[in-house]
Design a protein around this ligand. Structure first.
Ligand code: ADP
Ligand code: MG
Length: 431
């Protein structure tokens, strides 16, 4: 399908109310409309959803969107329904639907009303669904959060592994769109390979977040007091504090509360109602701070998060980037502070000891990068971007002075020591 600029902008305005495309959206939309396999790498908040929603709305047939989280799918479907006269323009197909609902979904697809069908990968493995989808017109297949397909990603999901063979069964000339906020070369390679789209047109946005300030502090037994002092400087502002364990989340949330900070805990051990209510409190600003495990954050779009603190260092640079990426979405200040002690790394290593050897090796290599990041004395922004395969000039690049190492360079001998440590780590990683 070929469209002119005017129609494209008109559709953008009509469906989404936006006057302009963001970043690489326009060329991505054009690539999808022309029927090419397309690979989109954009940081979180970059506007990936629109990249497939707009072409889906403009084309004949139904676009299948694979997405890992039911909650995320529901949000997107509700948003799309809001821009159309037809409730049936978007549907979710999953195991929670009853017979009547399934019949309605199928009816809407067959009659050409449904432009977007969101499915969880496990629903796609159901024979009856595959059979049905084979028989209708599919415009393209979008795999959102495509890094879930890779063991090197930060959120590997085994159900994603079979996608390629299922897609082929639904139709072998359906264009495939992969989208992710993960840019490590290893994960990219896995995505292209596992989706079978080697020749995909690739669009990669920069991962630099110039408004985020990166800082690492040594973690001592006074870490709680350090956090309280930090948070108090941001009174009335929103922030997230990540901890490794549920227990620590509960304790720290309480400590903050006792110290007059409006904090709520969030972790997968809380019941769904409490989780939803704490999340809402944060979004509505009845709570300023969420103390959370990594269960919190995916798909949460609060633009004015002013700080992200890591009470415990995460298990990869990738996770760190994703989690800190929730700060400063509005372009304003975003302070990313990580507390680091080597014994936390040892703890993480220990956690992995029960896992298969291959997994342990991956986990170990990822952790070594985290150590190198925490202990480096070079530009932290340069370090992170290098990890994502991106060049960054730490003197002149955008946001060049936005980290502790650049603002307060370590003394010469300290720096030397760090370089040696880094070299040691690198050579170990390469062994
Ligand atoms: P991602 O999936 O890449 O993390 P989303 O698709 O969730 O990003 O979009 C992030 C935010 O950007 C959303 O609030 C969305 O409404 C907004 N957005 C997307 N495209 C545009 C645009 N062209 N103009 C303005 N805002 C946009
Ligand atoms: Mg997204």
């Amino acid at each position: 399908m070929s469209v002119n600029e005017k129609d494209l902008h008109a559709a953008l305005k009509t469906y989404f109310g936006f006057n302009a495309f963001k970043g690489l959206q326009e060329p991505v939309v054009k690539s999808i409309l022309s029927g090419k396999d397309t690979f989109v790498i954009m940081p979180t908040g970059g506007g990936k959803s629109l990249c497939y929603q707009l072409p889906a709305l403009m084309q004949e047939g139904t676009a299948i969107v694979v997405s890992p989280l039911i909650a995320l799918m529901k949000n997107q479907v509700d948003a799309i329904r809001g821009v159309s006269d037809h409730h049936g323009v978007a549907h979710v197909l999953n195991s929670s639907l009853n017979k009547t609902e399934i019949k309605q979904v199928k009816h809407d697809i067959t009659s050409g009303i449904t432009k977007l069908l969101y499915v969880a990968p496990e629903s796609l493995t159901k024979e009856e669904n595959v059979e049905f989808l084979r028989s209708v017109k599919i415009s393209f297949m979008a795999v959102d959060e495509a890094h879930c397909i890779s063991e090197w990603g930060h959120d590997f999901r085994p159900e994603y592994r079979n996608l390629k063979s299922i897609i082929e069964r639904i139709g072998d000339d359906i264009p495939i769109i992969g989208l992710t906020a993960t840019a490590t070369p290893k994960v990219q390679e896995d995505i292209l390979k596992n989706l079978g789209i080697h020749d995909a047109v690739t669009f990669q946005a920069s991962f630099n977040r110039p408004n985020l300030y990166y800082e690492v502090r040594p973690k001592t037994k006074n870490v709680d007091a350090d956090i309280i002092r930090f948070v108090k400087k941001y009174e009335g502002k929103s922030g997230i504090v990540y901890c490794l364990s549920r227990k620590r989340v509960e304790e720290l949330a309480q400590t903050l509360q006792v110290n007059g900070i409006k904090a709520v805990p969030y972790h997968a051990g809380l019941d769904a109602k409490t989780r939803a209510s704490h999340q809402d409190m944060f979004l509505m600003e009845d709570a300023d701070v969420v103390v959370a495990t990594i269960a919190f954050g995916m798909g949460i779009d609060k633009p004015d998060v002013r700080f992200v603190i890591h009470h415990d260092i995460p298990k990869s640079i990738e996770s760190y980037y994703q989690e800190t990426g929730r700060a400063g979405r509005d372009g304003g200040e975003g302070h990313c502070l990580a507390f680091y002690a080597y014994k936390d790394i040892e703890k993480l290593e220990k956690f992995m000891s029960g896992k298969p050897v291959a997994e342990q090796e991956i986990g170990h290599a990822l952790l070594q990068e985290v150590v190198a990041y925490a202990e480096t004395s070079i530009s932290r922004r340069k370090f992170i971007l290098h990890y994502f395969g991106e060049e960054f000039d730490s003197e002149t690049g955008e946001g060049a002075d936005m980290d502790d190492n650049m603002r307060h360079p370590k003394k010469q001998h300290e720096a030397q020591k760090n370089v040696l440590l880094l070299l040691e780590t690198v050579s170990k990683t390469n062994e």
